[in-house]
Write a protein that binds this ligand. Sequence first.
Ligand code: ANZ
Ligand code: ZN
Length: 809
Amino acid sequence: TGHYDPGTIEAKWQRVWADERAFHVPNPALDELERDRRKTYVLEMLPYPSGELHMGHVKNYTLGDVVTHVRRRMGYDVLRPMGYDAFGLPSENAAIKEGGHPGVITRRNIVAIREQMHRMGWAIDWGREVSTCEPEYYRWTQWLFLRFFERGLAYRKEAPVKWCPNDQTVLANEQVVDGRCERCGAEVEAKSLTQWFFKITDYADALLDEMELLESWPERVLTMQRNWIGRSQGARVVFKVEGSGEELPVFTTRPDTLFGATFFVLAPEHPLVEELVRGGGHEAEVREYVRRAASRSAVEREEKEKDGVFTGRFAVNPVNGETIPIWVADYVLMEYGTGAIMAVPAHDERDHAFAEKYGLEIRQVVAPAEGEAEPGAYVAHTEHERLVNSAQFSGMPAPQGKEAIVAWLAEQGLGEPTIGYRLRDWLLSRQRYWGAPIPVVHCDACGVVPVPDSELPVVLPEVEDYVPKGRSPLAAAEEWVATACPSCGAAARRETDTMDTFVDSSWYFIRYCDPHNDRAPFDRAIADYWLPVNQYIGGVEHAVLHLLYARFFTKVMNDIGLVGFREPFARLFTQGMIHYRGAKMSKSKGNVIDPNAYIERFGADAVRLYILFMGPADQDIEWQDAGIEGMHRFLKKLWRAVLEQAGKERAEAATPLARKAHETIAKVTDDVDRRFVFNTPIAAVMELVNELGRAPDDPAARFAAETAVSLIQPYAPHVAEELWSRLGRERLWDEPWPRADPALLERETVEVVVQVNGKVRERLHVPPGTASEELLALALASERVRAHLDGRELRKQIVVPGKLVSLVV
Ligand code: ANZ
Ligand code: ZN
């Protein structure tokens, strides 16, 4: 029979699957798309080809693989594609570090990754491979950009933006984590630059409200998105500058505190600051403060003590005509609300700290339900407050006061209810080489002119030097930059910024459905057949990046009529990270485990099993070398135990071993397909193999062996296939998923006979210890018993728990 040799077996079956295109799933014929077929779209986040795959990928794709196999064998058409998020900083930085051209290095990495994927034996439909850096893909990214542009959803404006000094490019707000670049960790700087944005803010409400359409997403991802969008109900209140009458609107969530506004604060970047201070005797200090604020990073700004400067000017409170001093302070952010606030130190903590520092008045206008607040103290927001010191509104409960004040302001034309959002538009342009060129032309006469669809793709030009220097390296490709205006024909210049990689990955999951289409990004009918993705699997780090952007893109595409669905991913599973030596496994920490070395030693099947056996898939787990050896030993044991059955007959017998096999089927099926739990099924199969080892001559031994092989196939497809063939069978990957026989599942039941007038009419199978009343109820509910009672009145009933129900009529 030979010993278990993963190297040979794995190469053999990988060749078979490739030759047979075993996991290719064709699109249904166009006239069959409408028919209700059983489809499942399983998708894992696609890798950046910035290096080879690491254990995190191995976990991600093995999870998807198990789902794919189980669903295929349950009779679904399963779409399970793969591709590469090949543009962008990760790939480009890797190339710069190596000193090669990003295209050459990226494509070389793709070859290596594809090879690794083959060696892992993942059931991928290779006919649908997509690489976002190839012109046949980014042509359609550019095409989609133009559709957004036509609708005003892609626009250019000057705005304060986040700049990564290390990567020498602007970043989207979502790419700034705790004031640092999401990629390289450098502290970001603030700059004012003209950049391209997607109007994701137009979709803020849809992104929140349509969460209802999602089938199953982790609550924490939804919470992160909700917080990121940050919708809050409030009011816009218009203050005026004393003297000039210039309007200074503020956004507040607490209009009930309007009578407590004792000063007013502008963000340092507020456009009116310069005009306000001119000639007022405070210019020098204010300008110096603004200059220093601009040089502070967001982190410093957040962490330092609150400070500010007085402008020498006053604002008029619309509710009572009071004049209050206008300050400039950097705890007010230009990006939120209107960049100006009414400060209510008695009821806002930040304002309170500021007022204490500068000796500004603190006036309570909301009193707690019980008791009096100390003068000058900060009064936290609670329920059941009432207004005080608020003229005609005094005495009102706060919620009612809030409405009454806003209504009064609206009447006077001095304010209105509004909803505030934390979400900003998505900054999509990058001053980097390795990305899809933004397909527009700048013309002196016509302004920004889109490149006609017929001229797409705008191919990324070759340049000598693509190391980032603060402006796009594309600007150096002078021949490429110089072009004719598509509108008037005059000499014009191409846009030299490229698109953020997150644009590429915002629609790749639809391209997989129709990857070779050269007339459109995809055919709508085919997209509508496969999508939404039934099961998406990936890292939680994309909660407010990719996962938010892809939802936004899908909604726009739906509004344009390109797709018929509103949400791209019905179910989302976020896997936990792998740690090693106490830290998250990553290249920068120097603690990566190279999957290749382990595949070499123990085989892909052992690696696949171990990565899912380590613990619950959604939790962070510490890698342990010993574990993988344990998996290898288990596979050897499986090998021996199964081969021992190869010559035997397959018999039906209700032995304890047969029951165990059926229980294992039920458990694995329920865990994987319903509970989305992947480690316990492995343990269940191990138990089955142990029992088989103890009873090799049981009449059901052969059945138990086949069951073990069949159930482990999604996890360890190579060894399973080999054993299956040695059991004289074929193509386990296409074999229907086993079904548990319910009759054999109830190991722990007792039989209770039901007699009617002394004759046995029914046998109930119930758990031991079932109470008399329940037994009687079950007996009376039985179809057969009822037929014999025939509607007659019960004269006598005797119940012996665990044995008998006797009815007399
Ligand atoms: C008066 C007030 C009184 C406020 C009070 C709060 C408590 P959320 O809830 O997070 O949306 N604010 C408005 N714009 C700001 C900006 N650009 N920078 C910093 N702070 C700003 O926050 C809304 C509240 O944050 C607003 O309501 C405003 O302060 C402040 F007892 O107005 B409030
Ligand atoms: Zn022109």
